[in-house]
Design a protein around this ligand. Structure first.
Ligand code: FES
Ligand code: FES
Length: 155
């Protein structure tokens, strides 16, 4: 089935089984490898992307539901010349260890900041429920607060 959507600002059409998880379309059909596979059952958040600005776990989101939508992956969050505040904060706080979970955390954080520009620790606990096997949670929390600062100073 032909399914069209916008991904990172570009219109695209894929010819796939409509029940294919969007994660596999992104990684295997569109060759965008920044979005990661962790659990495959919406539990870890490694596959988090944005669909019309909402954080979505792409491993558990059939591609048919992406039709006509605006998708953003980690590759589209910012550019080297124009970093997203979350990317800037992640660099400043040197958050990643192995790095595998980080795109998902960054996408979840970026979506949260659109809804909650000044998150408290409790907001972070309630909204950023991804899993990091390297336990970078302490640096992550600092980076989320820093990202909010950067974002608000740019506003
Ligand atoms: S791979 Fe999607 S939530 Fe874990
Ligand atoms: S940095 Fe290794 S899993 Fe999070």
């Amino acid at each position: 089935m032909m399914i069209s959507f916008t991904i990172n600002g570009e219109q695209t059409t894929v010819d796939v089984d409509p029940d294919t998880p969007l994660l596999w379309v992104i990684r295997d059909e569109l060759d965008l490898k920044g979005t990661k596979f962790g659990c495959g059952k919406a539990a870890c958040g490694a596959c988090t992307i944005h669909v019309d600005g909402q954080a979505v776990r792409a491993c558990s989101f059939a591609v048919k539901f992406a039709a006509g939508k605006n998708i953003t992956t980690i590759e589209g969050l910012g550019t080297a010349e124009n970093l997203h505040p979350v990317q800037q904060a992640w660099i400043e706080e040197i958050v990643p260890q192995c790095g595998y979970c980080q795109p998902g955390f960054m996408m979840a954080t970026a979506a949260m900041l659109e809804k909650i520009p000044n998150p408290t620790d409790e907001d972070i606990d309630n909204n950023i429920v991804n899993v990091c096997r390297c336990a970078t949670y302490y640096r992550m929390r600092k980076a989320i607060h820093r990202a909010a600062e950067i974002r608000n100073s740019n506003a």
